[in-house]
Design a protein around this ligand. Structure first.
Ligand code: ADP
Ligand code: MG
Length: 480
């Protein structure tokens, strides 16, 4: 029997605001436990929550980026349940009027067809506190600093079919929240969290099977691992005649397996009811348009422009738009330099290499766009060779980012040597050193030219003009 997986993702995204969703408590990460907890966060009797408009505006940006329709009258609701990390005994969320409805996420899975994953909704809610199981030998401790941090929950339709597609989906969501500056997208620290709903059905069957929800994946690759494991587990269950139980399962990153945590609650267990202490939030059309104006250009639009306006390959364009700082830096260099292909190569290879080596992000890249533009111009003008540019000038600029590229070429004496008589001397030395190779060349092994050129380059410190070198070598070899 052949099976097909059906997957829907729920992604919780902490919104980067200075204060919490309904109080002025700080949301700063990493503070001493329970120091960012006013009576509002703790839900003491008589306290009143108040909307954080900044958080709502960030959520609207996400909705606009994903082509959702934005709800005009936003009501809030209480979701009631009892758990130690929920100090109020209920979570403020949205129930029947999610801020964003519909929309879709374009994904390009590895080795798969690009597709659109539809969204059900994006709604506002608040985070819970955090249980800490590893701080005390006997007890679980609770840190309420996180309680009340603004969140959005992005809920997809069950349109995803493989772990690889889920990987692409979360990657795209993370890229967008970073573009929009609404969240750092850090799954290890939990500012972006993904729950996966997974079921399987016989291929060709229309109805969905019973779904299982898997939690606690702290990286995108673990989302994929958890899904791949769960699909196999469910297959084995069904093939051995067992039924799938609707439940919540946890993910064990050490061995990549999932384990049962609890039977799934249903919505009426939560006794949702309208939040009486918060007025509805009005998100008018004009307000939405004002927020749209504050959004940066998004990866989809950048990809089109980079391939159309700059003639980049799809591969180069997709590497550049991976993060917005690279994309914007590329454009900044292109404003001063129209060898776009060279700019793309420099930004995607040596610049990236440097950043990876230093464990830096593109936003920390020290070289001004002007300097890289100038370096590329120096190569294009034939003043320095490409290898001198990448092996000498680029590292020198990185050590001294304020220096001018042209100035360094001068002070470090990097300019290409076009002095024929000097190069001729080196050519003679090289040919004298390899008499057997010269003979081989003359009896037809013309491929040896590369070796001679390489030797001349080595001896000239990479500075001999390649064209002159070639001409002089040809001449010398003919007259020998
Ligand atoms: P619940 O009420 O259990 O939370 P929802 O209808 O709200 O379920 O859906 C939650 C998530 O589960 C959504 O992302 C949805 O796409 C996904 N989902 C729903 N049914 C299935 C199914 N049979 N298999 C896999 N995912 C599903
Ligand atoms: Mg749900």
């Amino acid at each position: 029997m052949e099976f097909e997986a059906v997957i829907g993702l729920e992604i919780h995204i902490q919104l980067q605001t200075r204060s919490k969703a309904f109080s002025s408590d700080s949301t700063e990460y990493g503070a001493m436990p329970n120091t960012q907890v006013s009576p509002i966060s703790l839900g003491h009797p008589g306290t009143l929550p108040k909307h954080n408009i900044q958080a709502i505006e960030k959520a609207v940006k996400m909705g606009l980026a994903l082509d959702c329709s934005i709800t005009e009258v936003n009501r809030y609701a209480r979701k009631n349940y009892f758990y130690a990390d929920l100090p109020k005994g209920y979570q403020i969320t949205q129930f029947d009027t999610p801020l964003c409805v519909g929309g879709h996420v374009p994904i390009k899975p590895k080795d798969g067809e690009p597709k659109q994953v539809r969204l059900i909704r994006i709604h506002m809610e608040e985070d819970t506190g955090k249980s800490m199981h590893d701080q005390d030998l006997y007890d679980t401790l609770v840190d309420y600093n996180r309680a009340g941090t603004p969140l959005i929950e992005v809920v997809s339709e069950p349109d995803i079919r493989t772990g690889e597609e889920a990987y692409a989906f979360v990657t795209e969501i993370r890229r967008l929240v970073r573009y929009l500056d609404i969240c750092d997208g850090n799954m290890e620290e939990g500012s972006l969290r993904c729950d996966a709903n997974i079921s399987i059905r016989p291929k060709g069957q229309k109805e969905f099977g019973t779904k299982v929800e898997v939690k606690n994946m702290n990286s995108i690759s673990n989302v994929k691992r958890a899904i791949d494991f769960e699909i196999e587990r469910q297959k084995e269950c069904i093939l051995s005649g067992q039924a799938i139980i609707q439940e919540t399962r946890g993910f064990n990153g050490l061995n990549g397996s999932t384990f049962s945590m609890r039977k799934k609650e249903s919505n009426n267990d939560y006794r949702y009811f309208p939040e009486p202490d918060l007025p509805p939030v009005l998100m008018t059309q004009s307000e939405v348009e004002r927020i749209r104006q504050e959004m940066p250009e998004l990866p989809g639009a950048l990809f089109k422009r980079f391939t159309n306006d700059y003639g980049l390959s799809e591969y180069d364009a997709s590497v550049l738009i991976d993060d917005k700082h690279s994309a914007f830096y590329f454009e900044a260099v292109c404003r001063q330099q129209n060898n776009y292909k060279a700019v793309a190569n420099w930004v995607t290879v040596p610049v990236r290499g440097y950043l990876n080596e230093q464990a830096l992000g593109m936003e920390d890249f020290p070289l001004p766009a002007e300097s890289l533009a100038e370096l590329i111009a120096l190569v294009d003008e034939g003043i320095i060779s490409h290898s001198i540019a990448s092996q000498k000038l680029f590292p020198a600029l990185l050590k001294n980012p304020k220096a001018s590229a042209r100035g360094l070429v001068e002070s470090l004496n990097l300019a290409t040597n076009t002095d024929s008589s000097e190069i001729e001397g080196i050519v003679k030395d090289v040919l004298a050193q390899f008499p057997d190779k010269v003979q081989a060349y003359q009896s037809g092994k013309t491929g040896l030219m590369g070796l001679f050129v390489g030797e001349v380059m080595k001896r000239s410190g990479g500075k001999a003009d390649p064209k002159i070198t070639n001409q002089l070598l040809q001449k010398a070899l003919q007259s020998l």
